[in-house]
Design a protein around this ligand. Structure first.
Ligand code: NAP
Length: 330
């Protein structure tokens, strides 16, 4: 089979298309014929080892390979078809169309990936193409997890910082579906897209600093590494909740004090990305509450370009790689 591989950490050009052995599913695994995979910030960070959360470098390096990557096929979020079942697997059928997350097993940049059947893999929504479905699990699972942690109530004012990214575009839609009044913060080119997704207000971060305005928010969901923690906490209303997906150590410590000694709550977390959450997202997609925003679908040969687009933010929505044939993916 063909796969996008990398034999060393480095810039996008370390990605190469190669013939590799097709994996065999174990007794409790499914073999998936991957049709599309999202090129994500996380893929780029694992390839380059240029992480926004610095303390994460060492544990991840130990997990992925000290001098070179042990698993040479990236790809954490995908859609595809069940191609074969391990002998103990009963919950899937060959030919079923699925989407999901490969966790730290990765491998979705290859035409076939073998994964435990109890991973976060769910039947694909009927109303999405393979490309659209592949663009959901990363952003959707993270956004849903954080919006549930925030316990967003109808009528609350929710600000999403970094709203135009993979996670933010889903967070805008999910917060709206929970009845919130949503303020999206990102660069000006993303305003139309974010308003189409339901944002009530838009702030261009290059022109205005939301933390300096007199508006207060009940929930701030912050996806931007390096944003000012104290400014975000100041912008919260009484009983406001701050959630961040970039858990820097010093801020984790400050968040404990904020939560203990003020009427506000701060949480830094990693999303668990569970099967139950993906099923909930599938239902939201089929109900028309959440859609997928795909900027471009590129062939496997252009994987390095896909990573460049993700790293340089030259995109409006997800960059998806068609795994194998482009036909029938979009
Ligand atoms: N905790 C978890 O479980 C978890 C899981 C996955 C990812 N993450 C982290 O979450 C973050 C977001 O991930 P993602 O995949 O959604 O990234 P992404 O797709 O790259 O989105 C980031 C967005 O933030 C915008 N942005 C950059 N600087 C900004 C600023 N100063 N103010 C407001 N917006 C700004 C970017 O726009 P422009 O650059 O175009 O201006 C882009 O639209 C990443 O740092 C990632 O490492 C956390």
């Amino acid at each position: 089979m063909q796969a996008i591989t990398y034999a060393m950490y480095g810039p996008p050009d370390v990605l190469h298309l190669k013939d590799v052995d097709r994996p065999e599913p174990g007794d409790d695994e499914v073999l998936i014929r991957v049709r599309a995979a999202e090129a994500t910030k996380s893929d780029c960070e694992m390839r380059s080892f240029n992480h926004s959360v610095k303390w994460f470098w060492l544990p991840l390096r130990i997990a992925l390979g000290i001098t070179k990557p042990r698993q040479q096929i990236l790809g954490g979020y995908f859609s595809g078809e069940i191609a074969a079942l391990g002998r103990n697997v009963t919950q899937f059928a060959v030919g079923e169309q699925v989407f999901g997350a490969a966790g730290l097993r990765l491998g979705a940049y290859g035409e076939y990936v073998a994964l435990p059947a109890n991973y976060t893999i769910v039947v694909k929504p009927d109303n999405m193409s393979f490309a659209e479905a592949a663009a959901v699990p990363l952003g959707g699972l993270n956004a849903l997890h954080f919006m549930h942690l925030a316990k967003v109530a109808a009528g609350e004012k929710v600000l999403i910082n970094g709203a135009g990214g993979s996670i933010g575009t889903h967070a805008v839609q999910i917060a709206k579906s929970m009845g919130a009044e949503v303020t999206a913060v990102d660069s000006a080119i993303k305003e139309n897209m974010l308003r189409r997704l339901g944002a009530d207000h838009f702030i261009d971060y290059a022109k205005d600093d939301f933390a300096r305005s007199s508006h207060g928010y009940d929930v701030i969901f912050d996806m931007v590494p390096g944003s000012s923690y104290s400014a975000c906490i100041r912008s919260l209303n009484r009983n406001g909740r701050y959630l961040s997906g970039n858990p820097r150590l010093s801020l984790i410590i400050r968040s404990v004090f904020t939560t203990r000694f003020s009427d506000k709550t701060a949480r830094f977390a990693f999303a668990r990305e569970t099967r139950e959450e993906l099923l909930a997202l599938k239902a939201m997609i089929e109900d028309g509450k959440v859609g997928s925003i795909v900027d471009r679908v590129l062939p496997m040969e252009e994987a390095a370009e896909a990573h460049r687009l993700v790293e340089t933010e030259q995109r409006l929505g997800a960059i998806v790689i068609a795994i194998g044939d482009l036909d029938g993916v979009q």
